[in-house]
Design a protein around this ligand. Sequence first.
Ligand code: MUC
Ligand code: MG
Length: 385
Amino acid sequence: MEIRPIPVPPDLRRDLTIEAVSTTIVDVPTVRRHKLSQLSVTAQSYVIVEIRLRNGATGVGEAATLGGPRWSEESVEGIKATIDAHLSPAILGQSAERFIAIGTLLDAAAKRNSAAKGAIETALIDAVGRTLGLPAHQLLGGRVRERFPVFWTLASGDPGQEIEEAEAKLSARLHDRFKIKVGAQPVEADLARLTRLSAALAGRAQLIVDANQAWDEPTAVRALPALADLGIALAEQPLPAWNMAGMARLKARSPIPLMADECVFSAHDMFQAGALACADVVSLKIVKHGGLFGLHKVAAVAEAAGFSLYGGCLLESSIGAAAHLQAFAGLNTLAWGCEHFGPHILTQDLVLEPLVIRDFHIHLPSGPGIGIELDRAQLARFART
Ligand code: MUC
Ligand code: MG
């Protein structure tokens, strides 16, 4: 007997069509001034992206910036305008789980704008994960780890305050690795500051520095041996992002490893960084790589070039931090741990249950999607009017 296929009615629960995209700018005060070489912030600004599917599931993503368009070229105002006018129209009506095809549509609709695209992809992965009842890492290849050693950043510029802050983090067993922001003052003043910090914390904590592009090559040549003498384990982005050749010359003579941050956004940047051997480690961030899949792609190129991996941040709330953890969970290696301390630099998180930091590790949340629940009351409270 012939078996005739019976038309199956569309399963609405599984209808992943993208129906609506919304964007909200929020400004959340920080617990203290956070000072980098070229900017300082007392509030963190994000664009929160929410995407609703036809099945009713809603996903959330976050685009972080630092000091307006001064850490990179994207600002929250620009991100919101680009999503509303260009990126959202390009994906409405698409099926949300076609992550790679949607990435191509986003790239065709706008050049670069990696933070904006990263927030959209995060929201799509969250919405699809919620629909299927699966955590995001299961959509990305599964998890290799569930907890991550986590740095705190010392960035007030006042060594007395910084030692006190580090002691509090150590005694609460939150952080035993500290990244110190340098480059806002002459290098001699930073070395005096680091001498105090290293004397106070040596043997109990790992210390690294981030100059955020502040030095020129002769300054970095002077600074790196002094950093090694102080027991600093790594120096991040000592030179301007454009100067990969200078970073390669520095790396060839540096007594400590160098980390690439602002010089590696795309997989092509990473390929060039590898070809030039301009660093030993790369800092991975959704805002730079345009999403979780882009982060994995850059990580793959980095591994192929012999770079070690570091889980970077841009002071994300638990929303953005959770998205990063979902991506970091599936990496083959993550030798340097991560720095998702962002939720604790805010006076108020944006989720109902903040991510857990315990015993010097941050933990992968277990829920579906990126694993957090947006706190709508806090979103409304900090939304820019
Ligand atoms: C950066 O350049 O790494 C990450 C931590 C922090 O304090 O600043 C950011 C950005
Ligand atoms: Mg950096």
